[in-house]
Design a protein around this ligand. Structure first.
Ligand SMILES: C[S@@+](CC[C@H](N)C(=O)[O-])C[C@H]1O[C@@H](n2cnc3c(N)ncnc32)[C@H](O)[C@@H]1O
Length: 199
């Protein structure tokens, strides 16, 4: 007998439910590498203030932030850029499975895309893998402290040139990429999640 197809909204009930969209290896990485659903909701609520805005997830992994945020905020366009081809493919498959239209996944390094095209940004400490290789996503790319510094400075400069009103959410960040013009306007009690606005 054919299994009934679950309603797509049921994926957002919990992290475990959402992770079922992916193969087991990707599910095992979830706790350490993909944003928990509760955090996505808070971050997206802050970033998706006005319809029609474009929000970029820098280092979008398997697409958990973008897909979940897009489900709760259908009038905002979410974009994710991811350097690992295999994760980008998993993001596209998950997007197809839930049938969410307002997400675009880009394969590439974030330094290769035009960051001036996006209004607001989400950043889950994407460059930290260059400093700490405990429980890595894979062994497919090179890690180095100088890459961490290069990426952090690159993002810092891009954010520095954004107009006032630009919103940024950081999760587990060392804040090396946040220029002084950005001020914290809200944060989680443990300070791991921070909401910033450029003044
Ligand atoms: C901690 S994971 C977060 C994934 C996703 N944002 C989420 O919250 O579920 C960070 C991701 O950033 C990606 N990444 C790291 N450096 C990158 C770069 N320079 N350009 C694009 N992606 C990058 C990694 O491959 C990894 O998938």
């Amino acid at each position: 007998m054919q299994q009934p197809i679950p309603p797509t909204s049921s994926y957002y009930r919990s992290d475990a439910a959402f992770d079922w969209l992916y193969p087991e290896r990707i599910q095992r990485l979830s706790r350490r590498h993909w944003t928990p659903i509760g955090v996505v909701k808070k971050a997206a609520q802050f970033l998706a203030q006005e319809p029609g805005r474009k929000v970029l997830d820098i280092g979008s992994g398997v697409g958990k932030f973008c897909i979940t945020a897009a489900h709760y905020f259908p009038e905002v366009s979410f974009f994710g850029v991811e350097q690992r081809k295999s994760l980008h493919r998993h993001a596209l498959s998950a997007q197809r499975a839930v049938g969410i239209p307002n997400v675009t996944f880009i394969h590439g390094n974030f330094t290769q895309i035009d960051l001036t095209e996006y209004d607001h940004f989400y950043f889950y400490n994407a460059f930290f893998e260059n400093l700490d290789q405990d429980d890595p996503i894979d062994h497919q790319i090179e890690y180095s402290v100088s890459l961490y510094t290069y990426y952090s400075r690159y993002l810092y400069k891009a954010l520095e040139s954004k107009p006032p009103g630009t919103r940024l959410v950081t999760f587990h960040s060392l804040e090396d990429e946040v220029p002084p013009g950005f001020q914290v306007v809200d944060a989680s009690v443990d300070l791991l999640l921070k909401m910033w606005i450029k003044y």
